[in-house]
Design a protein. Structure first.
Length: 249
């Protein structure tokens, strides 16, 4: 599947891969890559960099929202092939190394196979390499406090719950929030559209995931670029509150 690249703001690109998204932030010939899709998305990932004029060796860093297989798929490849640092919240570092795995189990997926969309999603995940393990050998915690010295100047916003060290990224210069899986706008296993949490089986601690939506309500932004689903325009604070209300119903 060929990735679909959308320029959504100056130097800011939302890329739709196969059931998951990644973000490219450019500054001249350099870029920050937020997430990397499934392992099977590698060719599409590299094509998307080429499409926006970035050579893989000019990716200054991979920033992970979290270390699930559909987000870190090519992180280790970029690190070993091009020396690209792979950065994340310090609590997510051992997860990226696969010291442990906080991800929905095969058994849980099978028990939920009767739900609409689950089996097609599971088959796609298998084909995309989503059950293979691609640990990052040398993940690094990003510096604590303020904007990162990377293209796009992303500001980390910890949003634990989906995983222990899940982190969103705020781009104040362009009014954008990249929430990863802390707040999505669609998923093959969800019949809902618009701002929402992923179905409960995907969260390590669902109650914390709900609580972490409050960290997004204070951000002055009007464009949401989620890990799954289309971009959402409108106050991010309202989108986060909408997802919180839906989660509590």
């Amino acid at each position: 599947m060929r990735a679909v690249v959308h320029q959504v703001a100056d130097g800011t690109y939302l890329v739709h891969g196969s059931n998951t998204n990644w973000i490219i932030l450019t500054d001249g010939g350099d870029a920050t890559l937020i997430d990397t899709g499934y392992p099977g998305d590698r060719a599409s990932l590299l094509e998307s960099l080429t499409e926006v004029g970035i050579a893989p060796e000019r990716v200054a860093a991979v920033l992970l929202t979290h270390a699930h297989n559909d987000h870190l798929g090519s992180a280790e490849y970029l690190r070993t092939a091009h020396g690209t640092p792979v950065l994340m919240h310090e609590a997510e570092v051992p997860h990226a190394r696969r010291d442990f795995l906080h991800q929905v189990s095969v058994g849980t997926v099978l028990r939920n196979g009767w739900r609409p969309g689950v089996l097609p999603w599971a088959l796609h995940t298998l084909r995309a390499g989503g059950t293979a393990q691609h640990p990052v050998a040398e993940p690094r915690p990003f510096p604590v406090g303020g904007a990162l010295d990377l293209p796009g100047r992303p500001v980390p916003v910890p949003t634990p719950g989906h995983t222990e060290g899940h982190c969103a990224y705020y781009l104040p210069d362009v009014g954008v929030v990249v929430p990863g899986d802390a707040l999505v706008t669609g998923h093959p296993t969800s019949r809902a559209t618009g701002p929402q949490l992923l179905p409960g089986m995907f969260h390590h601690e669902r109650a914390r995931a709900v609580a972490s939506l409050s960290f997004l309500t204070s951000l002055d932004a009007d464009l949401l670029l989620p890990g799954h689903g289309p971009a959402h325009r409108g106050p991010v604070s309202q989108a986060a509150e909408q997802a919180r209300v839906r989660a509590l119903v």
